[in-house]
Write a protein that binds this ligand. Structure first.
Ligand SMILES: Nc1ncnc2c1ncn2[C@@H]1O[C@H](COP(=O)(O)OP(=O)(O)OP(=O)(O)O)[C@@H](O)[C@H]1O
Length: 573
């Protein structure tokens, strides 16, 4: 069961009984929603389901402990950078909800008695962040929160354990960083006074699965802290000099550390990371962090960062959300398989699943099994097994596949880049040994390319990334290393030269393009014998992947595909 969060006036949230499907294209204010009985065929852009809390009261922002302070907006902002300003062709409702190409049957929908919800905040001011932080956001040109930021910031501010799930490039990093910076470090709320005698340790630990992602998060924090405050954050990523990191910890006494599991666990085991009083533990790309490779390090981190829930007894005289004595755990990913739901339940206290337009208490999510999505290749509304990839793809991304022989793949890639006139291309392969060969062949045909993978050393990795971001390299040929978190906002084309292993890997690779509402394409170049895998992927992801070719410098969608799409849209009508 889920809760719909919509735009109304009195900053309150409530729930809808039954599943409600809204028409794609226009965002409908909640108070305008009404009963729909029987079966109605409507395009779905958002699923709304009911949720009743444990005491059988409807879950509202107030039951979450949130009291919104509407703050008057400060005049007109000329430097507004929001999803809307990035891709003017696409209405907000499409950008914030994944496309489903097939009509689904709506069951009866009850009237909504909602008059207010703060989640369509128009500025960061509305989310209760401290003035110093708002000022800093303004300085770096950030004024409008994305939808997932509008839901996650107030929820985390109310000390809730959460899983943040939202599609790639939707701004999840700031969704957890801002409520942390509101309580920790030099930009925190002035009303938070440190106890004078208390020895200050690390107050927030952020874990990421790769060095690149870790450094990207550090840069984001440093950008907000500014030159004076940047010592409040320390990177603890692998591959960097450990003794320098330990010295910096001792000298600067940072409030926040960001790092990879191995290095954090190593320094913690050496007794040089004072995290026992830590307030926040964030696991970014949590489904990856749960993998076997990280098991031991993650175990140490979970045991030693802050107090685990269930230890000390909370003071019942305080209001519910002020009672918290243990660490707050925030899990983040675009893809949330059931292993993450199970982990959140065992590591957190009454965790919530926070999405761009909904908040879902985890105790209402089934322990295992199916997540219902519409199947784009059939006209039925069958429930299919997904691997947590529902709503993981940016809605504006277009997906294609092109069939070719193995020996023609690189030539097809070159044609694809020209046909789409793509400027920032990331091409994924499964084996790093073959990357060099692809780069060589592309360069031989006059296309600037470079390889990026774990074996080239950290300095070379940084240089290649810098060149790619600077436009010097047009095609970045890489492996799974770059699939998660890599943020190159200009990336307009992702190519799968090898098929990803599953829909989760497809989603993360694809999400390097079409970031924050920008246009982008994903092209999977495969052999005839692999087409069934592409079909399976599109079923699991709930997006159409169209058969295409590159002829006379243009992308041509196959006739059969066009017919299929036509039939689909007729059924939808
Ligand atoms: N409110 C905002 N206004 C403008 N730009 C933003 C805003 N929030 C985030 N961004 C920018 O959007 C881009 C994508 O953000 P981010 O990397 O946090 O996405 P993500 O959801 O974590 O993606 P992924 O799942 O791929 O890691 C970044 O360049 C970030 O600086």
């Amino acid at each position: 069961m889920e809760v719909l969060i919509g735009q109304t006036h009195r900053n309150m949230m409530t729930f809808v009984s039954s599943r409600l499907l809204l028409s794609r294209g226009n965002f409908i204010p909640l108070k305008k929603l009404c009963f729909v009985s029987g079966e109605a065929k409507i395009h779905t852009s958002m699923r709304v389901q009911s949720r009743i809390d444990r005491q059988n009261r409807p879950l509202t922002l107030e039951t979450l402990g949130f009291r919104s302070e509407r703050v008057k907006e400060k005049g007109n902002n000329t430097n507004q950078i929001g999803p809307m300003s990035l891709d003017k062709d696409v209405p907000r409702s499409i950008k914030t909800a994944p496309k489903r190409s097939v009509p689904v049957k709506a069951v009866s929908v009850k009237a909504l008695e909602i008059e207010g919800a703060p989640f369509t905040a128009k500025s960061f001011l509305e989310l209760g962040l401290p003035p110093l932080l708002i000022e800093q956001l303004d300085k770096v040109g950030l004024t409008t929160p994305t939808d997932v930021q509008s839901t996650a910031i107030p929820t985390i501010s109310q000390n809730r354990d959460v899983i943040i799930q939202s599609y790639t490039g939707s701004g999840k990093t700031l969704a957890y960083l801002l409520p942390i910076l509101a309580k920790v470090g030099p930009l925190k709320c002035v009303s938070i006074v440190d106890e004078p005698d208390k020895k200050k340790g690390i107050e927030a630990v952020i874990v990421a699965p790769s060095r690149e992602l870790g450094m990207q998060i550090v840069r984001e924090v440093e950008k907000l802290l500014g030159p004076e405050g940047r010592k409040a954050v320390q990177q603890l990523v692998g591959g960097a000099n450990r003794s320098r990191q330990e010295e910096a910890l001792k000298k600067n006494k940072p409030a926040i550390v960001v790092g990879t599991p191995g290095r954090i666990a190593e320094i913690s085991a050496a007794g040089k990371l004072p995290t026992h009083g830590c307030q926040f533990l964030v696991l970014d790309e949590v489904d990856e962090l749960l993998s076997f490779n990280f098991r031991e390090d993650m175990h140490r981190i979970l045991e030693h960062v802050g107090k685990r829930p269930g230890g000390e007894k909370p003071n019942n005289k305080l209001p519910p959300q002020a009672r918290r004595v243990e660490r707050q755990t925030v899990l983040v990913s675009a893809t949330v398989p059931f292993s993450v739901i199970r982990a959140a339940r065992s590591w957190g206290r009454d965790p919530l699943l926070v999405r761009a337009k909904s908040i879902l208490p985890l105790d209402s999510v089934p322990a295992s099994g199916t997540v219902s999505v519409s199947d784009p290749t059939s006209s039925s509304t069958s429930s299919i097994l997904t691997q947590g990839t529902v709503e993981s793809l940016p809605p504006v991304l277009k997906h294609y596949y092109c069939v070719t022989r193995a020996q023609h793949k690189i030539d097809t890639l070159r044609k694809c880049v020209h046909a789409l006139d793509a400027k920032y291309v990331i091409a994924f392969m499964n084996h790093s040994k073959r990357l060099k060969d692809v780069v060589f062949k592309l360069e031989a045909r006059g296309m600037n390319a470079a390889e990026l993978h774990g074996d080239i050393g950290k300095l070379a990795r940084s240089t290649v990334l810098k060149k790619f971001k600077g436009g010097e390299v047009r095609v970045l040929v890489t492996n799974e290393l770059s699939a998660r978190g890599l943020d190159v906002p200009e990336c307009d084309l992702v190519v799968n030269l090898d098929l990803p292993t599953d829909s989760i890997h497809y989603a993360h690779r694809a999400g390097r393009a079409g970031r924050l509402g920008r246009k982008g394409c994903v092209v999977t170049i495969c052999e005839e014998s692999e087409v069934f895998v592409v079909n399976k992927l599109q079923r699991q992801l709930g997006v159409p992947i169209q058969d295409c070719d590159f002829t006379d410098g243009k992308l041509v969608v196959s006739k059969v595909e066009k017919e299929k799409q036509k039939t689909t849209s007729e059924v939808a009508r």
